[in-house]
Write a protein that binds this ligand. Structure first.
Ligand code: COA
Length: 250
């Protein structure tokens, strides 16, 4: 449970909405735990046929909470909630539809590589400044994104840290469609409800065939995670987190 993640049922669609607008939907450990719990509960509930992931106007998510990263970098605990969430996401048995407006940083971008249909507004920019933060790609993105967009575009996104505006993300195959902000939720729910109305067994087989074996993705999430945990405690990462924390005072 987290006040910063709102879970709602709309018919056979389960809606998971990030709700921490004052921090641009930066995701805390409690938020990861709440999202993992919702995905697992929805997957186990015969009444749920589709998951929807949404953020707030102007911010899908600014990525992992950097204060949580700094806590780990300076000797604290953390990481299990993220890992549990990534396993629930990669292993989700029902279709995932997402809607994005504005900021989509780090996991706020890589989460959509696990979605089946993503809609984004023209104001959206996807970005993953992992290397600039002294970190490495996560969420299976080092495997999934080259497969979707080829090595060079994936490298520009994940290693160079170049932002990918919505229209380019659509051309690259990262997302399904670009829609105006006032049509975002209607587009998301129209597709989610259409999926929810389809014969569920046939849809599940079709989705499994299209997504391919999950074990490779899970193995990559684990491999990335090992590097990520080590990198979090590196001098490079600690300096980057401190610079962010101090940026308004320095
Ligand atoms: N973790 C923790 N807090 C965050 C955050 C994050 N990832 N992203 C934003 N916030 C907080 C800011 O500290 C600020 O809090 P404050 O009002 O208490 O000072 C608030 O959210 C608003 O952010 P702000 O930076 O003022 O908004 P902006 O529109 O100028 O910039 C971003 C938005 C997303 C570009 C900028 O906040 C940013 O670069 N965030 C870090 C993104 C990141 O590196 N994520 C990790 C990826 S692995």
């Amino acid at each position: 449970m987290s006040e910063h993640v709102l879970i709602e049922r709309r018919g056979a669609v389960q809606v998971i909405r990030l709700n921490r607008p004052e921090k641009k939907n930066a995701i805390t450990r409690a938020m990861y735990a709440a999202m993992a719990e919702a995905l697992k509960a929805g997957d186990g509930d015969g009444g749920v046929r589709c998951h929807v992931l949404l953020g707030q106007p102007g911010a899908f998510s600014s990525g992992n909470d950097l204060a949580d990263f700094l806590a780990v970098a300076t000797g604290g605990e953390g990481g299990q909630e993220v890992y549990d969430f990534l396993l629930a996401l990669a292993g989700a048995t029902k279709p995932l539809v997402s809607g994005v407006d504005g900021i989509a940083v780090g996991i706020g971008t890589t989460i959509h590589m696990h979605c089946d249909l993503t809609f984004a507004t023209p104001a959206t920019v996807f970005s993953t400044p992992f290397v600039d933060l002294g970190l490495v790609p996560e969420a299976g993105s080092s495997l999934l994104s080259p497969a979707v967009m080829g090595h060079q575009r994936a490298f520009a996104l994940l290693a160079l840290g170049e932002g990918l505006p919505a229209h380019e993300a659509r051309m690259a195959g990262l997302i399904h469609a670009v829609v105006d902000a006032d049509a975002l939720e209607a587009s998301v729910f129209s597709s989610a409800e259409a999926l929810a109305a389809k014969p569920p067994e046939a849809l599940k087989i079709a989705r499994d065939l299209l997504r391919g074996p999950r074990d490779q993705v899970v193995a990559r999430i684990r491999e990335e995670g090992e590097h990520f945990r080590t990198r979090l405690k590196s001098d490079e990462a600690r300096a980057a987190f401190m610079a962010f924390m101090n940026r308004k005072t320095s």
